[in-house]
Write a protein of this length. Structure first.
Length: 313
């Protein structure tokens, strides 16, 4: 039988995991013509997530797990899951049941019967999400789709089922600074989108604050677009032109006998404004330089502390 690997990144999900396992197991029973493996990635959880995973592992030999030496982030957890998944098809799901396991049936049937390499999901609503957060999320999708070549759908989730060919394509992008939503779009392949309304977490608290999401969005823009560098360059050209015009105006006013001094306050305001633009441009350049620096160090994306293979040994 063909096998589906379910990759589940986990960070402090001790409350949600029992509900998730019950739900995904019910779906697996419906799809009795397919073999399953459930690959839990413990991303340095500080609660009893690993203990819960080990308990489930003893009950169900379809379960595998990898536990990191510390928290490396969801991106590293997803990469580890894709790298270690053994299935013909691989799905990435969150443990909080905001990704409906019931959609797996439709996803698998689509990949089997239609000419697609991936079936991905997106939210049609952001019900239950703060208004400001929703506004900036939509703004991010509009911006990154205009300034990059990555096709990132508004409301896209990490939840998707992919065939082995697409998974191998994603793994070929072994960059240290990862932004999976961009990577999924960049590799191409035929993707069908399934829409569903936003679902609240079944248990526990979200790990994504507004600040963390903002930093994550900046990383996505830097990872898949050089537009910020072009904008910084345009600022430089613009202010050079403004300065040139200003010098001409000062000379003209001087020769026709018009007083050219505009006051201390206006001068300081201009100096502070231009200095701010310069610092902004240096900051943009610094972000790209920092990402390049991290890539050249060739550090591993994650480190494993223990896994199910250690128990089998």
């Amino acid at each position: 039988m063909e096998k589906i690997s379910i990759v589940v990144p986990c960070y402090n999900e001790q409350e949600a995991l029992p509900y998730f396992y019950e739900a995904i197991n019910d779906v697996a029973k419906q799809m009795n013509d397919v073999d399953f493996e459930f690959l839990f990635i413990n991303d340095g959880s500080k609660d009893q997530t690993l203990a819960v995973i080990k308990k489930l592992y003893k009950q169900d030999k379809r379960i595998r797990f990898i536990s990191f030496s510390r928290n490396f982030g969801k991106e590293a957890a997803m990469y580890a899951g894709l790298q270690n998944a053994k299935g013909d098809y691989v799905a990435v799901m969150d443990a909080d049941l905001q990704d409906p396991p019931s959609l797996l049936v439709t996803m698998y049937e689509t990949l089997k019967n239609e000419d697609y390499d991936c079936v991905a999901t997106k939210r049609t609503t952001r019900k239950g999400e703060p208004v400001i957060r929703s506004f900036f999320a939509r703004l991010f999708y509009r911006i990154i789709n205009k300034i990059s070549k990555a096709d990132i759908v508004d409301g896209a989730r990490d939840y998707r089922l992919m065939n082995r060919k697409m998974v191998d394509g994603i793994l070929a992008m072994s960059e240290y600074n990862r932004f999976s939503k961009g990577i999924f779009g960049w590799v191409g392949y035929n993707t069908k989108w399934l829409s569903y309304e936003n679902i609240e977490r079944v248990a526990g608290q979200t790990k994504w604050s507004f600040f963390k999401l903002m930093i994550y969005s900046f990383e996505g823009i830097i990872a898949f677009s050089t537009a910020p560098l072009a904008i910084a360059s345009l600022f430089g050209v613009l202010f050079c032109l403004i300065a040139f015009v200003g010098i001409l105006i000062v000379f003209i006013r001087h020769f026709i006998g018009v007083e050219s001094a505009f006051g201390w306050a206006s001068t300081i305001s201009i100096v502070l404004f231009v200095s701010g633009i310069q610092l902004f441009s240096i900051g943009v350049l610094g972000q790209y330089l920092a990402k390049t620096y991290l890539e050249t160090k060739k550090r591993p994306i994650y480190l494993v502390r223990e896994s199910d293979e250690d128990i089998n040994d």
